[in-house]
Design a protein around this ligand. Structure first.
Ligand SMILES: NC(=O)c1ccc[n+]([C@@H]2O[C@H](COP(=O)([O-])OP(=O)(O)OC[C@H]3O[C@@H](n4cnc5c(N)ncnc54)[C@H](OP(=O)(O)O)[C@@H]3O)[C@@H](O)[C@H]2O)c1
Length: 336
C-alpha cells in the first residue's frame, strides 16, 4: 500500500502571521527548507522582509523549493547555502559561507531540519544518522555561527524538537557517541519501543536539552542571545513520507493517523513564535502544548521540563556534543 499525504487545511496560520512584526534589515538562517515547517518558516520570514539563508543539502528538492519560494515571494531575498547535516565537513563549509554572507551578523538561526525513524546506520563521521542530522550538526553549526549571533541586538537560536522527546526516559551518552550502526537495530514499532523510534526520541530530547544547556550558559555568560525550542505537534509534512519510504512507518497506519494532523503551516507556528514574536523569551518552549497529546492548535509557550533541564542532563549533552564535534563551545558574550 502506498501513502499519499491527506489534505489538511490551515486553521491558525493566517491570523498568527498577521501578528508577526516586520523583519527588514534582519537576517535569518534556517536549516531544512525544502518542505514542511522549514519551507513555511522561510516563506514567512521573506514575507516579513528578512533576508533568508536556506541551508539545505544539494538536491532537486532544494532547487525546486527555492523556485517555489521565489515565486511565492517575488521580492524575497533568498540565499541558498549548501549544508548537508550528515557531514561535519559540509556544516563547516556552510558556516564559512554564512560568515562571508553576513559580515554584520546574523539575527536568527532556526535549527529546523530533521529525519525520523531511519535505519540504524552510521554517517561518514561515525555517528547515528538521526543524531548527527537532528542534533550534532546543529550543535556544530550554532557554535560556528555564534560570533555572528553575538553581533545582533536581538539574536535567537530556535531548535525544533517533538512530542517524541517524551517517548524516552533520559538522554543517554551512547546515542551521542561514535556508535552509529550499533544502536539497537531496525525495530519500527512506534508504540512498543522500536529502536528506530528510541533513537529518534533521543534526538528530539537532545534538541530540548541543547536548548536548556544553551540557555543556562548564555545566562551565566551574560549573553543576550536567546535560546528557544519548539515542537510542531503532528504536522502534515514530508517527514512521514520519508519515514515510510525508509521502512520506519507503515503506510496504512500513517494514513489514518495523518488525517488527524495539522497543516505544515500550523505546525510552523512554534518555530515562528520563537523566531519572531517580541514576547518570546530565552528558555521557553513553544508549541501546541507540553503534553503527549498536544498534537495541534495555536502555539503557546511553556517552561523547559525538568526531565532534561537539570544539571546532569545539561552537562551530559554539552560534554558529549563537544566530544562529537571535536571542539569546545563556550557561548560567551562579546568583550565589553
Ligand atoms: N511533521 C511532524 O509531525 C513533526 C513532529 C515533530 C517534530 N517534527 C520536526 O520538525 C522538523 C521539520 O520537519 P518536517 O516535519 O517539516 O519534515 P520535512 O518536510 O521532511 O522537512 C525536513 C527537512 O529537513 C531536511 N533534511 C533532512 N536531512 C538533511 C540533511 N542531511 N541535511 C540538510 N537538511 C536535511 C530535509 O531536506 P531534504 O529535502 O534534503 O531531505 C527537509 O528540508 C524536524 O526537526 C522534525 O523532527 C516534525
Amino acid at each position: 500500500m502506498s501513502y499519499s499525504k491527506p489534505t489538511i487545511v490551515s486553521k491558525h496560520y493566517a491570523s498568527f502571521a498577521q501578528r508577526l512584526p516586520r523583519q527588514e534589515g534582519r537576517t535569518v538562517a534556517i536549516t531544512g527548507t525544502t518542505s514542511g515547517t522549514g519551507f513555511v518558516a522561510a516563506r514567512t520570514a521573506a514575507e516579513l522582509g528578512a533576508r533568508v539563508l536556506l541551508l539545505n543539502r544539494e538536491s532537486t528538492r532544494a532547487s525546486s523549493s527555492l523556485d517555489a519560494l521565489r515565486s511565492a515571494v517575488p521580492q524575497g531575498d533568498f540565499e541558498p547555502v549548501v549544508c548537508d547535516l550528515q557531514s561535519f565537513a559540509s556544516v563547516r563549509t556552510a558556516a564559512q559561507r554564512v560568515h562571508a554572507l553576513c559580515p554584520s551578523g546574523l539575527d536568527v538561526l532556526c535549527n529546523n531540519a530533521g529525519v525520523m525513524a531511519l535505519e540504524d546506520v552510521a554517517t561518514a563521521d561515525g555517528f547515528d544518522v538521526q543524531m548527527q542530522t537532528n542534533h550534532l550538526s546543529h550543535f556544530l553549526l550554532t557554535k560556528l555561527l555564534w560570533p555572528l549571533l553575538e553581533q545582533s541586538t536581538d539574536a535567537r537560536v530556535v531548535n525544533h524538537s517533538s512530542i517524541a522527546r517524551l517517548g524516552v526516559k533520559t538522554l543517554e551518552a551512547r546515542y551521542l557517541g561514535k556508535n552509529g550502526g550499533s544502536l539497537g537495530g531496525n525495530g519500527s514499532s512506534m508504540l512498543f519501543g522500536g529502536a528506530r523510534w528510541v533513537r529518534y526520541g533521543q534526538t528530539k530530547l537532545a534538541n530540548a536539552a541543547f536548548t536548556a544547556a544553551l540557555h543556562a550558559r548564555t545566562q551565566q555568560a551574560g549573553s543576550s542571545v536567546k535560546a528557544l525550542v519548539a515542537h510542531p505537534g503532528l504536522a502534515n509534512t514530508e517527514l512521514q513520507v520519508t519515514s515510510i519510504r525508509e521502512g520506519g512507518m507503515g503506510a496504512l497506519f500513517t494514513g489514518l493517523m495523518m488525517r488527524t494532523s495539522q497543516s505544515s503551516e500550523d505546525g510552523a507556528l512554534g518555530i515562528l513564535s520563537g523566531m519572531f514574536l517580541p514576547e518570546a523569551e530565552s528558555g521557553q518552549f513553544w508549541g501546541p502544548g507540553a503534553s503527549m497529546i498536544a498534537m495541534k492548535g495555536p502555539a503557546i509557550s511553556f517552561p523547559l521540563e525538568r526531565r532534561y533541564d537539570n544539571e546532569a542532563t545539561r552537562e551530559l549533552l554539552w560534554a558529549e556534543s563537544c566530544k562529537a564535534i571535536g571542539e569546545d563551545f563556550e557561548p560567551s558574550a562579546p568583550a565589553a
